[in-house]
Design a protein around this ligand. Structure first.
Ligand SMILES: Cc1ncc(COP(=O)(O)O)c(C=O)c1O
Length: 389
């Protein structure tokens, strides 16, 4: 490999949230969704080079940002995106806020599939809408399936205006199939519900699965959706605060543009632009290598847990570096479970209940770390579970 993903980097000295100063030194942090890998050299070099110039005033809004996002969708997923469809924000989350404000009235409802990334709940609630969930259901292999009957029932409610799709789905590790996405899209069209497709984990899909941008499926879907992307997860550049929405429908796009302007959220950052464009234009090799590395990490984790910690269940991950551990057999309450991981196993994972009530009994483990760190973490977990009772 060109990039060394085995390198152990001391992140405690870098003001990062995962290893914030108060974080106990004997706990391995495996929570927030960034990686412990160095960025590609191309990004580090571009930043260092630009940093040498001593003026950091307002940057020009070059069209390179839009072109690089469109280029990535084409080369990775075969989707023809016109650069004009691309909008900038300082992260993908602001686009959810704009979508609610632009396309729903206070008191309307937003639908999504739980358990899910916690800000889906907070953004909906804090922007005056009610939450409606279409809980995902585990099959006998622990794989989460969509309950389409329930989905349609919920979509029928005329107050449901938006469907927040998370594909790949954080935290349940699903990469939805063409058939599933088509069913979702058809139902949303039938019931006049706009789809906001969060595809921030699109590059992190394992062998045997394929990411399909929602709006690439048909013109009708493209007309009724916006797709959110960000190289931040793949290239470990979340700290630069970038994000892009791809909005093929001109009317929708203009409404979102109004929101961006009303919120004065068009100011771009020099280093954000540079990292975003460099990642998408020059670092395809890194995305390929990282998923290969993660494939090994996830396979190691799946095998280890199956063989050595059978009281914890882990379905076969289809996507993301965030593994969803079913710890219900440990028979601990949620506060006991989080305490057990932190204090006994000395591992800092995300509490599953923060993803919705369906997450009670679960913990989310970030495996985007060098293999040596993962091996140590799993050994600690095995030992702690064996000592449990
Ligand atoms: C599904 C999902 N959407 C959005 C985000 C955050 O996006 P941003 O930092 O671009 O706002 C995350 C981060 O973990 C995520 O997992």
């Amino acid at each position: 490999m060109k990039h060394n993903f085995d390198e152990i980097i001391d992140r405690r000295v870098s003001e990062c949230k995962k290893y914030e100063p108060a974080y106990p030194k004997d706990v391995i942090p495996m929570w927030i969704a960034d990686t412990d890998f160095a960025v590609p050299d191309e990004i580090a070099n571009a930043i260092a080079e630009r940093a040498k110039h001593p003026c950091y005033g307002y940057p020009v809004e070059s069209f390179e940002f839009e072109k690089s996002a469109a280029g990535w969708e084409k080369k990775r997923f075969g989707w023809d995106v016109k650069p004009e469809w691309v909008k900038y924000s300082n992260g993908v989350l602001p686009f959810f806020v704009y979508a609610i404000r632009a396309f729903a009235y206070p008191g309307d409802k937003v639908l999504f599939q739980s358990p899910v990334y916690p800000p889906f709940y907070a953004i909906t609630r804090n922007n005056g809408c009610h939450i409606v969930t279409n809980p995902l259901v585990q099959d006998e292999d622990g794989k989460y399936q969509i309950d389409f009957e329930d989905l349609e029932d919920k979509l029928k409610d005329p107050r449901v205006k938006l469907f927040f799709l998370c594909n790949p789905h954080n935290p349940v590790m699903r990469s939805y199939s063409l058939e599933e996405l088509t069913k979702i899209g058809d139902l949303c069209l039938k019931h006049h519900v706009l789809v906001i497709s969060d595809e921030i984990h699109c590059d992190l899909v394992y062998k045997g699965h394929k990411h399909i941008p929602f709006a690439s499926i048909s013109e009708k879907f493209a007309d009724n959706s916006m797709v959110l992307i960000n190289p931040s997860k793949t290239f470990n550049i979340a700290g630069f605060r970038t994000g892009a929405a791809i909005i093929p429908n001109e009317q929708l796009r203009n409404k979102i543009q109004t929101m961006i302007e009303d919120n004065k959220n068009y100011g771009r950052t020099i280093f954000g632009m540079l990292s975003f464009i460099t990642a998408y234009n020059e670092c395809e090799y890194y995305a390929d290598e990282m998923i290969e590395y993660l494939e090994e990490n996830q396979q190691y984790t799946v095998d280890f847990i199956k063989e050595r910690i059978p009281r914890i269940k882990l379905a076969d991950p289809e996507a993301t570096y965030l593994l969803w551990l079913d710890c219900r057999d440990l028979k601990l309450s949620q506060p006991e479970l989080t305490k057990f991981f932190f204090e006994k196993a000395k591992l800092g994972l995300n509490d599953g209940s923060t993803f919705g009530s369906e997450g009670i009994g679960f913990m989310r483990m970030n495996i985007a770390c060098p293999k040596a760190t993962l091996v140590e973490a799993l050994n600690r977990l095995e030992k702690a579970v064996n000592e449990l009772n």
